[in-house]
Write a protein that binds this ligand. Sequence first.
Ligand SMILES: Nc1ncnc2c1ncn2[C@@H]1O[C@H](COP(=O)(O)OP(=O)(O)O)[C@@H](O)[C@H]1O
Ligand SMILES: [Mg+2]
Length: 322
Amino acid sequence: MYGPHVAIDEMSLKINSGATALLGPNGAGKSTMIKTLLGLIQLTSGDGEVLGYNIRTEGDSIRQRIGYMPEYDCLTPEMNAIHQVKYCGELTGMNTNVAMQRAHEVLEYVGLRDQRYREISSFSTGMMQATKLACAIIHDPELLICDEPTNGLDTKARGFMLDTLFQVVKQGNRSILMCSHLMDDVEKICDRIVMIHKGKLIAQGKIEDLKAIDREIEIWVWGGASRMEAALNDAGLTPRRTGRVMRVVRQDETTYDLVLELAAKAQVQIRRMEDYEPSLEDLFLVIMDRLGYGVKSSADLLQSQPPTTSVAPAPSQPGGNF
Ligand SMILES: Nc1ncnc2c1ncn2[C@@H]1O[C@H](COP(=O)(O)OP(=O)(O)O)[C@@H](O)[C@H]1O
Ligand SMILES: [Mg+2]
């Protein structure tokens, strides 16, 4: 709690090694969760461990072992990049020579070889984010924790950041816990997600397993979209419609035939019908909808309030049994 404000509410979870994303809209509690895991903020209740160390009492040991790329601005503007990164190495306990050598290596790795002697105050946001990443990986941590690593980056810098993170994780065989409100970013790097909203856990598991709960068929119709929508509704298929395109949940193999029969009866042409591959954002919306938040678009996510009726409990098992 921050004063009377509950930032994380009855959240219980276990995150295995690998690439995991902490997902949720702004204000969900992602950064609070990360700072809690690092022992940077004092818990008002609850407990936990990171790499076997207690988050209440052994924050120092945790922070020495992990790499942390914070959301906030943590660089010293008057320093040049090489000294900033070396300094971070020294803070984790490296001797000066080793820290300097590693600083050169990691700055090259994050694409700042030619800018390493420049003052950070002259850096673009992309270069600052890359410097933050260099600071986080100088001691080659087994677990990297990144808070909104692509924040404020243009398309090119964002692509480069995601590629670099991907390499750290996949080639370096390291674990990452990455938090983001950008679902696309997450999908490039992580195979597991923890979704939170308003401080509550709403889903967790492998992305592919979670997506399997939302198997839909997308139908493109021509003429009489409203008639088709009504027919689908009458048949209990409750379509989600955007103009001439609608999606229904695929109950089983017979759903396709049912849709065709309904279209024939309603005298509507079907131009295209295919299995829909949901994005993480779709999945988030579906889950929110099932929990009763009434969120229909990603824009709504930023304003959504919890329902006044009771919220369905968060899944107790990974794999999305909600
Ligand atoms: N230092 C703080 N003092 C008071 N409230 C805070 C503080 N930091 C965050 N909050 C509140 O806690 C909630 C979660 O914030 P945060 O963890 O930063 O979310 P996220 O990182 O998912 O955007 C928000 O409602 C935010 O306003
Ligand atoms: Mg945050």
